[in-house]
Design a binder for this molecule. Structure first.
Ligand SMILES: [Zn+2]
Length: 400
């Protein structure tokens, strides 16, 4: 691992340097005068710090920009080659990897690498080998890797690195083991929050600072960005939209409770309702497979939707209508500028989106609903690994 000012104890100057780098992430480029104003720091100090950041390879002089006429100042920005960040989205049966440069541009991506996530140390060691095998295959120099971000489903405490869904018997954490094995800083994050962050910095968000990312997959998760920052709550459990006690049903949720919103609005619900339709004899392209006794997977259902199967489309629309009702509630609470619909069910496109929009319009307060745009994810299955990589960068530059 390369030794930089980021590895040393924070001083007044190193904090200012981190803030300069963070502002460049948000805005792209700055003149010395603009940075000096922004950081309320003298021009000579900012000049000196930028020179140091350039000497250390973190920043570059981008030349003179701006309108013609008058003296045009030089502007400075991040050096994309200053280092790399690796992001890994860990699923039950595979992992997806992304590598970004220092500016956050995606430079390598590999999906569906076989891997089985289990509650034991060997499983995490296998993951470590798989990450290393991939980065070696693209000749990534680990000496230039500044951080690794892991995205995992379930409840996470990002500060302690604990995964409550995958606790290890040894008491070690997933991030602790990977950090030891790979010799770099490792952060761990909940998948919906990683997706939200990826979409916020590198995806569909433009200038919106208040954004909700809805992860409609097997479960239903949410990442919340408020005022440009991820919202965690006290212990990192904020955003459990899927477990909002919504229904008076008797369906047991994955969390063990009954009546959770997810029991009606998620991949689990879609799967259950399509199966119920098949059982009751509804016509579908999946009927033959069902009658043969073969397992119907959620991916079979998404495929059937693409092939315009009426039963599956109808059930996606019912999920969309419910999701829209739930979103109307969230929109009334958060007044966000942007709601991003992501996760696996996003592949159903307008069959999901149209009932969402219609229900949001019907159920949200008019004056609040007008402020909110609802869009599909731009990054798709790249959102979580890219977000995890970028979160490892933001953790590196965090000022305490
Ligand atoms: Zn629940």
């Amino acid at each position: 691992m390369r030794n930089t000012f980021l590895d040393k104890k924070d001083t007044k100057n190193s904090i200012l340097k981190k803030r300069i780098l963070s502002r460049c992430i948000e805005e792209g480029e700055f003149s010395i005068a603009a940075l000096s104003k922004e950081l309320v720091t003298s021009v000579p100090t900012v000049t000196k710090l930028i020179q140091e950041l350039m000497d250390e390879g973190f920043m570059v002089d981008l030349g003179k920009h701006g309108t013609s006429g008058g003296r045009r100042p030089s502007v400075f920005g991040l050096n994309p080659e200053a280092g790399y960040f690796v992001g890994v989205d860990v699923r039950h049966s595979h992992a997806t990897l992304a590598v970004t440069d220092f500016k956050g541009n995606l430079i390598y991506f590999s999906e569906d690498r076989p891997f089985v996530l289990k509650n034991n140390e060997e499983s995490i060691l296998t993951l470590s080998t798989s990450i290393r095998d991939y980065t070696d295959s693209v000749h990534l120099d680990w000496n230039k890797v500044l951080g690794l971000g892991i995205s995992v489903t379930g409840r996470i405490n990002p500060e302690t690195g604990e995964s409550y869904s995958y606790p290890l018997p040894s008491g070690k954490t997933i991030s602790g083991i990977l950090s030891e094995e790979l010799g770099t800083r490792v952060i761990i994050e909940n998948d919906s929050r990683a997706m939200a962050y990826g979409e916020y910095l590198d995806g569909i968000a433009e200038k919106e600072n208040n954004m909700l990312f809805i992860n409609v997959s097997w479960g239903l998760g949410m990442g919340i960005i408020l005022g440009g920052n991820l919202f965690y709550g006290k212990s990192g459990f904020a955003g459990e939209f899927g477990h909002f006690p919504y229904f008076n049903n008797d369906i047991i949720c994955r969390c063990g409770k009954i009546g959770c919103f997810e029991t009606g609005a998620s991949g689990t619900a879609l799967h259950r309702e399509v199966l119920a339709g098949l059982r009751s004899g509804r016509a579908s392209t999946l009927t033959d497979k069902y009658n043969r006794g073969d397992k119907i997977t959620i991916n079979d259902i998404y495929k059937a939707v693409r092939e315009e199967d009426v039963l599956c489309i109808e059930k996606v629309q019912e999920v969309g209508e419910l999701l829209g009702r739930g979103l109307a509630g969230l929109i009334n609470i958060f007044n966000p500028e942007l709601v991003v619909i992501g996760g696996k069910m996003a592949v159903t496109g307008d069959y999901l989106m149209l009932p969402i929009r219609s229900a949001v319009k019907k159920h949200s307060q008019n004056f609040v609903g007008r402020d909110t745009h609802i869009k599909f994810t731009k990054l798709g299955h790249q959102a979580a690994p890219i977000g995890a990589a970028l979160l490892s960068r933001s953790r590196l530059l965090r000022v305490f």
